[in-house]
Design a protein around this ligand. Structure first.
Ligand code: ZN
Length: 440
């Protein structure tokens, strides 16, 4: 009898624990969303990604900085006469949250312009106590004594890592200053990161000087174990839709996601029993991994759209490769998925991209302009008028209007006799038709 009660007790405990864990996990998924702004204008390309945390004080600060950056860029850049001279603003984020609700956000601001000799980089960091709703300073993490040690550590690491370019006199001067003059730092579960503008510190080096120090080497007063939960397995469903290669096909594609609208779009596709291809940004994969798993399990295809939407055709080879490979890597690590296709940002391709990737390059044949057009009916019209067999339709899964338009677009195209294919399937269909042609 005692044994039975014990076992029952254990079962109840298990149920409660599972419930709690599920709730925590759910909460974790919802505690931020990622805002994406992509503009492809005649004189400038803009791509901005930043987290919204639901902590008003923090969000206000981040948003005000984003607006400032956007305004400053618009004032200074984006007014050249030649299309080839388009200027670029790219803002990306790093987000980390520890188990005690400490939030660390780093915004990296990148500006490229023919007006500049080198692209310009800067960072802004936000460290926040999510419980107290207060900013965190470096002195909240380290005692006076530890700060002195930290200072020495930064100095020696900088001399080592940047030995070729560091200006030693300036380093002495900078690090002699008080710690309140080290405003840019962040953390994740393993490291502390310190950022320094390169202008004063280095010669012939044009990126931000970054020093990372493992937490195990520092005695912080606070433990910063990350609250990120990662589940790394996924079952990928097999494509089951049957396509008649003799009938017209069309491929819906979505760029710049995933976002908070992607799930809606997935449900619309599923309700209509059709599939699409999503060209995703690597920097969003971890935050939206559950949605991406769902997308793949619904037989949609994922493609590579760079890591954080930098203008690929203008990047030096190293950065170009990094943009592509980092996205392949994060998809492999989180979903065990390897995209076969690359859609270069802003549809801009050159030989440098072609030569430096194994991925097949896919553009589009129909542009719905849903990033610019705000009227849902006009997006529907663009996506359903004069559509030809084999067309690839470009949309973006980062707008509510695109999701709304999709609900109408699918039935209209079905009515016109189209079957919906992923890019891989489109390629298959073309191959089969090629063979048919040869046979005939
Ligand atoms: Zn894009």
């Amino acid at each position: 009898m005692k044994k039975i009660i014990f076992i029952l007790g254990m079962i109840i405990m298990c149920i409660i624990t599972t419930k709690l864990i599920t709730q925590c996990f759910h909460h974790e998924e919802k505690d931020k969303e990622i805002i994406t702004i992509v503009e492809d204008k005649a004189d400038a390309v803009i791509s901005i990604h930043y987290p919204k945390t639901n902590i008003k004080e923090l969000d206000r600060e981040i948003e005000s900085d984003i607006v400032k950056q956007y305004m400053a860029f618009s004032k200074e850049y984006g007014n050249s006469d030649y299309l080839m001279d388009r200027d670029e603003l790219n803002i990306d984020y790093q987000y980390d949250k520890s188990n005690n609700n400490y939030i660390s956000i780093t915004l990296t601001i990148y500006i490229n312009s023919y007006k500049l000799q080198y692209p310009s980089w800067s960072v802004i960091t936000y460290n926040f106590d999510g419980n107290k709703k207060e900013k965190l300073q470096l002195s909240d993490f380290f005692s006076e004594k530890e700060l002195i040690k930290l200072k020495q550590k930064i100095k020696s690491m900088m001399l080592e890592k940047y030995q070729d370019c560091i200006i030693v006199e300036n380093l002495e001067q900078l690090l002699a200053q008080d710690f309140s003059n080290y405003p840019y730092f962040s953390f994740d579960q393993d490291n502390f990161y310190f950022y320094f503008p390169e202008e004063k510190l280095a010669s012939d080096y044009h990126e931000i000087i970054t020093i990372s120090i493992p937490q195990s080497e520092l005695s912080s007063t606070i433990s910063l174990v990350s609250s990120k939960q990662q589940e790394k397995t996924i079952s990928i469903g097999k494509q089951q839709s049957i396509i008649d290669p003799t009938k017209p096909v069309v491929a819906l594609t979505f760029d710049d996601g995933p976002s908070r609208y992607t799930e809606e779009i997935l449900e619309t596709l599923r309700r209509n029993e059709v599939c699409a291809t999503f060209f995703v940004l690597g920097n969003k994969v971890e935050d939206y991994q559950e949605i991406l798993k769902k997308s793949v399990s619904y037989h949609n295809e994922l493609g590579n759209h760079s890591y954080n939407h930098k203008w690929l055709s203008r990047l030096p080879i190293n950065s170009l490769k990094e943009q592509i490979e980092k996205t392949q890597q994060v998809l492999q690590e989180t979903l065990s998925y390897q995209p076969k296709y690359l859609r270069p940002t802003y549809g801009s391709v050159n030989d440098r991209i072609r030569k430096n990737t194994e991925l097949k390059i896919v553009l589009w044949t129909v542009d719905t302009k849903d990033w610019k057009i705000t009227n849902v009916d006009r997006i529907i019209e663009k996506a359903t008028t004069n559509i030809k067999d084999g067309d690839i339709i470009l949309m973006h899964d980062i707008f509510e209007r695109s999701s709304q338009a999709l609900e109408e677009i699918i039935p209209i195209l079905k009515e016109q006799g189209f079957q919906f294919v992923t890019i891989s399937e489109l390629e298959e269909v073309k191959k089969i038709r090629g063979y048919i042609d040869v046979d005939n």
